[in-house]
Design a protein around this ligand. Structure first.
Ligand SMILES: [Zn+2]
Length: 298
């Protein structure tokens, strides 16, 4: 059990978002439900997630706030507490966004909608909309696994690649980086901090989960092409501040410790972003090659 958990923890940090095959009883990693200090990361971006599942509050002075990722069904009270600890109001969430339609990032969306009295407009990238609206049932990989389903929610606005989401002075751009899911979304925005402007990238997920078929995938024939295109997109994005759907992508815990130590803001990490994208692309290409060779032998 311990070995299994440790293995899971380390692979999670590396690849993020690995679940179904590891523990069908209680999918996910224990740190997904572990509290983590809510904090201002940079500019108007606040971390309001758990230790293992990132959730971001992007605030505006007068127009309300944007929440990225509702996480697990059970995560919402913790996200709410985190928002309130920071002095903001959960009811001021005007827009709800996600990294991608997997239960560790979107299962809490029904609860967020309910608690904001339907005040939060739920915007989801094309490709992930039917998954969200079917509570995970139409997911190409996990739709048949009852342990991974969650409350279905109606999407209020369908996003397309390159769409902008505006609230007050804040403008987020939705980049479709599909493969991990059909509507996997990488968010970008500019923030100002101490008089300087920075490009922020919130990576949706470039990871190939265990069991994903990249070759001859009848339920998602274009999966490998989507991943390849997604890497081109990630490589093209200017990035000063590197964030993602799981803190493990960008070493959130270590960076948070440094943030508290003063000095330069550790979330500003353009090299970390480049290295991460290169590493994940290599992992994708290696897996693709392996699956192509296995398919040839059949
Ligand atoms: Zn995922």
């Amino acid at each position: 059990m311990l070995t299994r958990l440790m293995l899971f923890g380390s692979s999670l940090a590396l690849a993020g978002c690995l679940f179904a095959q590891v523990n069908a009883q209680a999918p996910g990693s224990p740190d997904w439900s572990e509290p983590f200090p809510a904090h201002r990361m940079i500019g108007n971006i606040y971390y309001v997630g758990s230790r293992g599942l990132a959730s971001y509050l992007i605030t505006t002075p007068n127009a309300g706030h944007i929440l990225i990722n509702s996480n697990l069904k059970t995560s919402v009270p913790m996200i709410r507490q985190n928002i309130e600890k920071l002095g903001f109001h959960f009811n001021d969430i005007r827009i709800l966004l996600i990294s991608h339609a997997h239960f560790d990032h979107d299962a809490g969306s029904a609860e967020v909608k309910k608690l904001t009295g339907n005040g939060a407009v739920y915007m989801v990238m094309e490709g992930d909309v039917d998954v969200v609206e079917s509570g995970g049932r139409s997911d190409f990989q996990y739709g048949d696994d009852a342990t991974l389903l969650y409350p279905a929610v109606k999407v209020n606005e369908v996003l397309h690649d390159g769409n902008e989401v505006r609230l007050g002075d804040t403008v987020l751009t939705a980049h479709k980086t599909a493969g991990h899911t059909r509507g996997c979304t990488t968010w970008t925005l500019k923030v100002t901090d101490a008089g300087k402007t920075y490009d922020v990238v919130i990576v949706g997920s470039p990871n190939v989960n265990p069991g994903y078929k990249l070759v001859n995938n009848a339920r998602y024939p274009e999966i490998a092409d989507d991943y390849a295109r997604g890497f081109r997109v990630l490589q093209s994005l200017p990035c000063d501040v590197f964030l993602g759907a799981h803190g493990g992508y960008y070493g959130m815990e270590a960076k948070y410790a440094k943030l508290n130590g003063g000095g330069a803001n550790p979330y500003i990490d353009p090299k970390g972003y480049k290295d991460y994208v290169a590493d994940r692309e290599q992992a994708f290409l290696t897996e693709l090659q392996k699956q192509k060779e296995a398919a040839k032998k059949q």
